[in-house]
Design a binder for this molecule. Sequence first.
Ligand code: PLP
Length: 355
Amino acid sequence: MPGRNFLFVPGPTNVPDRILRAMNRAMEDHRSSAFPELATGLLRDLRKVFKTTTGQAFIFPATGTGGWEAALVNTRSPGDRILAPRYGQFSHLWIDLAQRHGLRVDIIDVEWGEGAPADRIGEILSQDTQHEIKGILIVHNETATGVTSDLGAVRNAIDAAQHPALLYVDGVSSIGSIDFRMDEWKVDLAITGSQKGLMLPAGLGIVCASPKALAAREQAKCPRVFFDFGDMIRSNATGYFPYTPSIPMLYGLRESLAIISEEGLDNIFARKLFRIGHLGDLNELMLLGAIAGAEMAMRDVGIQVTPGTGVAAAAEHYRSTAAPLPARPEATPSPDPQTAPGAKPAVPPRAAVRA
Ligand code: PLP
């Protein structure tokens, strides 16, 4: 396909040219004495994106799903009880992964389109006086529905119940895009992937663990090899990885963190970007109405937007990408004018005249 490929899905997101250029480099020896400068800088700077000073970042050659697994297997034992609201495809898949690792998941089913029910979580934790529940899984932004949960409210509910369970947060489509505060919300395990807010190709599963999560590791009995925090901690301490890292991805991550730091996380969060879920009984004209409504709402809350610009852009997009209309059916032929009674001499067609 000629021209730039326009990508408008929640992830993978577009990779900025700066990052593509940074990734385009020759392979390097990941055991060389120069390598630790790259690795150590990344592990340090990633913490700013998670808004943590006490958490420890881990970079796995994986995806967000690998991050879910790493967070659980390093801190849990088979048979542990955990609590998880389910309100979309990703909370559903994370629960499935936990169950397949032998964890007992108390599922709170919530209507898709709603977020984590902080009050209900608080009630359940208050009733758990023996502290059998060891962890709570929350998907911060449920990509399937576009709904962001109130993590501060979840943290307050846990604290009000004076419950020691670890707080596990999937920030795959929030970290780097939506306000996320690991230390303030006392998140114990925060997970993201490279292909969303970090603007990289898929290929890194990134986990940040609190000191409490790292302490839980000592008792955790889930089998782990590739995702073992222990191996990472030992290698990362000297600036290396326990196995071969993806050098282009690491250079890409360095550029991504530089871009984020130049723009500033809060400026990124403030940018005008939102998704309109569009499934079911809808057509283009109905969506134009939704965009017009969004424009009005933005003006109501003081966002500078020229009325009609979103509608015009969407209308142009629909027109330029619409499938061609089906050909009109052939008209029934009228009687041949040359042979019809009283016909005039034939006029040559224009092309024949020019020739
Ligand atoms: N969690 C959320 C919220 C996601 O949006 C996704 C992927 O879109 C995942 C987890 C799974 O991540 P991955 O596909 O990188 O394994």
